[in-house]
Ligand binder design. Structure first.
Ligand code: AMP
Length: 423
């Protein structure tokens, strides 16, 4: 037997699996609810390729980030280095540059839905192929109203999915004016504590000191708590931006927690950073991550442009759904057609066609089983009704419709049958 690649998932109809994050009904719910919620706020969908030139991510994400180190990269036959995308913001910005989308008046408000690939150590809520839904607002404005509106939309989305018990964490990570001086102070403070900090903190101290703040190792926490926080070092414009952003959240009645140690994994973020964490996810408890990335377009060789966006993992969103979320979405046939004999079999196919034309989902027994076995299959498909057809039913133009829940049977003409099933 050939098994799937480690860290990947098959998404199955719910009746074949107990794992909610592997149920297609849940995926469809999370995706469709996103499409509906984002459309209400004027967002348009974009699809970008799964493979991109490696250079895009090296420039966009930075070479010393975790995400970059986890990329699936290979050399194509013509020698070009390509990567499976580990995230999609860089791809969306590339597409905006490539198609001159920044030349249009107004903001580009885009969303995407698709798989991402990172060669991480698989665990609960962490996969090597995972689904992401993301939103990006790109253009010339960096008004904090963009941030507040996007977060309000996300809040509405979570409400539509009936997800509760989440927490919104917000921070500002400054910009190119105030961050360098802060990083120097931070490095100095980390340097004094290096012997007490873990190996990964020691490594990040060299390559990406901001990320030391992100360490989750228990024994590091007391030392991390002593490090200076960026919020105390923001320049005046960054401070004003952040104050205005949080005031707008207040006006919208959106609860949040200030998280001065919250940083984002990628190099291109500036100013506002946020996360939404969930209560039922264990170690991988970040559902949504987002922030502002004003310099990214230029880093990728495009025109100056501002950007703000977020992405969430579909699996983690599904794991946060209420237990009954997908129950009503299970795909069940309206009617299962069972027959007795060859003539009834032929008749069944014709009748099923007319039912389908009337918008009724009809499944005909294709395996030529005995009636009792046929009804057992109807049961396992959770069909609402079974239709039983034999010679006498054809001769009298009256069909036996069996309610699979109550076992009650009725004789109906074809038009009554259609009326009943449509109901
Ligand atoms: P990031 O692009 O790292 O900010 O991630 C944004 C969101 O994507 C996270 O909050 C998770 O919900 C999800 N995510 C990131 N990496 C993984 C992974 N390896 N497996 C599943 N979900 C992930």
């Amino acid at each position: 037997m050939i098994n799937r690649v480690r860290g990947t998932q098959d998404i199955l109809p719910a009746r074949f699996t107990d794992k909610t994050d592997a149920q297609i009904e849940c995926w469809n719910l999370v995706e469709q609810t996103a499409r509906d919620a984002f459309r209400l706020c004027g967002f348009e969908e974009i699809r970008t390729p799964i493979i991109e030139r490696t250079e895009l991510f090296e420039r966009g994400i930075g070479t010393e980030t975790d995400v970059n180190k986890e990329m699936y990269t290979f050399e194509d036959r013509d020698g070009e280095r390509v990567s499976l995308r580990p995230e999609q913001t860089a791809s969306v910005v590339r597409a905006c540059i490539e198609h001159g989308m920044f030349n249009q008046p107004g903001l580009a408000k885009l969303f995407y839905i698709g798989p991402q690939f990172r060669r991480e150590r698989p665990q609960k809520g962490r996969y090597r192929q995972f689904g992401q839904i993301g939103v990006e607002v790109l253009g010339q404005s960096d008004d904090p109203a963009i941030e507040a509106e996007v977060i309000e939309m996300l809040d509405w989305y979570l409400k539509q999915l009936r997800i509760t018990g989440t927490e919104l964490l917000v921070n500002s990570i400054g910009d190119e004016n105030c961050r360098p001086a802060y990083i120097e102070r931070l490095k100095e403070a980390i340097r004094q504590r290096l012997p007490q900090l873990c190996g990964s903190c020691n490594q990040r101290y060299e390559t990406n000191p901001l990320r030391v703040l992100d360490c989750k190792i228990e024994s590091c926490q007391p030392y991390l708590n002593e490090l200076p926080v960026i919020t105390d070092s923001l320049c005046e414009p960054c401070r004003a931006h952040f104050q205005s952003f949080t005031a707008m959240l207040d006006q919208r009645g959106i609860a949040y927690t200030l998280a001065p140690r919250l940083v984002r994994g990628l190099d291109y973020y500036t100013r506002t950073a946020f996360e939404i964490i969930g209560s039922q996810l264990g170690a991988q408890n970040t559902i949504v991550g987002g922030g502002r990335y004003d310099g990214l377009s230029q880093m990728l060789g495009g025109p100056p442009a501002k950007g703000f966006g977020f992405a969430f993992g579909i699996e983690r969103m599904i794991m946060s759904l209420p237990d009954d979320a997908a129950r009503s979405l299970k795909q069940v046939p309206d009617v299962f057609v069972a027959y007795i004999g060859e003539r009834a079999r032929k008749h069944s196919f014709e009748l099923a066609r007319r039912l389908r034309e009337a918008g009724i989902s009809a499944v005909v027994d294709l395996e030529g089983r005995k009636l009792k076995k046929s009804l057992a299959v109807a049961n396992s498909l959770a069909a609402r009704y079974a239709l039983i057809i034999g010679d006498s039913e054809i001769d009298s133009s009256s069909y036996v419709l069996r309610d699979m829940t109550t076992g009650e049977q009725r004789n109906l003409s074809e038009s009554d049958l259609i009326a009943t099933l449509r109901n």
